[in-house]
Write a protein that binds this ligand. Structure first.
Ligand code: HEM
Length: 452
């Protein structure tokens, strides 16, 4: 680690509007602002967003410092308080010893051998989804953003909770969308009315929350009613885990919080990433042709290819990695500084927020020459030896690294591999695709494609 400097300099303050600071600019076009900040400042910049002082780090080594090397100095930022409104106190939002215990309980469900067993379910869910796509009207453009949302929802429910969601997808999707928009607005707004006030926004929040809760409680109750369950999936691991000291099991509220968290964190990120990948592929027929060749070579024509077949599809993985470089679903992460933290000649003050942006680091021309160009060959074997380990962090880093990273990569490889083998994909419109950075980085309008 760098030795602390003898003097500290004030962190450069990015000019804003009196009273509102940089809030409006961040509401309008946060990605453009990030690019400007990257060009204008060298190491760290002071922003005022949503009535709070926030310090954005611009270098991979400082991102590593915040997320990993000095992680003990950082807690969940106030943004997570907003997420808590609908996620409760689950893995994403909890902290301290409680978080450590819950993470220890959930981790085994994501071990390599466990994933190998889940891959079979992912393959069969993908196969039935492809059959449905095949039966849909070939001449009509398909809303592939929504199609991926549906299939990732099914996969997460089936693999982690052993439950089918067929027939309940529409309402759930809409409710989750509403929660995403409202939580995002609340994070950025300098004025936040208490949640128990019956404002129209709070009521919409509440209604969407009820839809998600009734679904999750349905899944939990279905399982609890089984006299004996030997499923050994995530739901049972959490449900049956006993406290080492007291022998108590998780309360139903806690189980609900963990399930909602895994459900919300586990499907939308993956779906959004797949939608971006489709968009990129429609623009790059050369990459699509290479993908298709690889899929046909490794998967043959078996309706249910063996899960091991996907392991050697290295180009498919490179395409996924490059797509998440350009469009990382988790485009920004925030932490609360618990004590003053010196970073080079600067200090992040206690009580303020540190920001780390995968979007910004993934488009840093120092780490990624010609950063806006889509080029999966950047991820050819050995790519990680050439650059800083935090130059690429779609799944975050340090102890709060995404628990589902290997799950997501495997799922995306299966979805993309089987889709490419069975279909050719073309853009259905030449309207430009616009980014919309909410809690996740999505395309503003759904992406439509033609499959043949
Ligand atoms: C492309 C897909 C995904 C992306 C890009 C992604 C990204 C991330 C990132 C960046 C974090 C760290 C947030 C922070 O440190 O502030 C995170 C945490 C988390 N993710 Fe993912 N994720 C994905 C898929 C999944 C899946 C499939 C699951 C579960 C099935 C999942 C469950 C979680 C959970 C529970 C956390 C909180 C972990 C903790 O703090 O202990 N994610 N994810």
């Amino acid at each position: 680690m760098e030795a602390p400097p003898l003097t500290t300099r004030p962190v450069p303050l990015h000019p804003g509007v009196p009273g509102l600071g940089n809030t409006l600019a961040f509401l309008r076009d946060p990605l453009a602002i990030l690019r400007t900040l990257q060009q204008r400042y060298d190491r760290i910049v002071h922003l005022r967003i949503g009535g709070r002082h926030q310090y954005l780090v611009l270098r991979p080594e400082d991102a590593k410092h915040v997320l990993q090397e000095n992680h003990r100095n950082y807690g969940r930022s106030p943004a997570f308080q907003v997420l808590k409104i609908f996620l409760g106190n689950g893995l994403l939002t909890s902290e301290g010893d409680f978080w450590r215990r819950q993470r220890r309980l959930a981790q085994p469900a994501f071990h390599r051998q466990k994933l190998a067993a889940l891959a079979q379910t992912m393959v069969s869910e993908t196969a039935s989804w492809l059959t449905e796509l095949n039966q849909s009207n070939r001449h009509q453009p398909i809303n592939i953003s929504q199609a991926f949302m549906d299939v990732t929802m099914r996969i997460v429910c089936k693999t982690l909770f052993g439950s089918d969601v067929v027939g309940r997808l529409d309402g759930l999707s809409t409710a989750l969308d509403t929660l995403n928009y409202l939580a995002n607005d609340r994070m950025l707004s300098p004025v936040r009315f208490p949640m128990h006030w019956p404002t129209p926004t709070n009521l919409r929040f509440k209604r969407a929350g009820i839809v998600v809760d009734s679904f999750i409680y349905g899944v939990i109750n279905q399982r609890t009613q089984l006299a004996s369950s030997d499923r050994d999936d995530l739901l049972d691991m959490l449900r049956l885990a006993e406290d080492e000291d007291t022998g108590e099991r998780m309360s139903s509220q806690q189980l609900r919080d963990e399930c909602v968290t895994l459900f919300a964190a586990g499907h939308e990120t993956t779906a959004v990433s797949m939608a971006w990948t489709m968009h990129l592929l429609t623009q790059h027929p050369d990459v699509t042709a290479r993908l298709r060749d690889e899929a046909i070579l490794h998967l043959g024509s078996a309706p249910l290819p063996p899960p091991e077949a996907f392991r050697s599809m290295t180009y498919t993985m490179q395409v996924i990695q490059e797509s998440m470089r350009l469009y990382p679903p988790a485009w920004i992460m925030s932490r609360l500084a618990l004590a003053d933290d010196p970073i080079g000649p600067y200090t992040i003050p206690a009580g303020d927020t540190a920001l780390v942006s995968p979007y910004l680091l993934h488009r840093d021309p120092v780490s990624w020459p010609d950063p806006d160009r889509f080029d999966p060959d950047r991820f050819a074997p050995g790519w990680d030896k050439e650059r800083h380990s935090y130059a690429y962090l779609p799944f975050g880093g340090g102890p709060r690294l995404c628990i589902g990273n290997q799950f997501a990569l495997l799922e995306m490889q299966i979805l993309l591999g089987m889709l490419m083998r069975d279909f050719t994909v073309q853009a259905a419109s030449d309207r430009p695709v616009i980014t919309q950075p909410l809690i996740t980085l999505r395309p503003k309008r759904p992406i439509y494609v033609r499959l043949s």
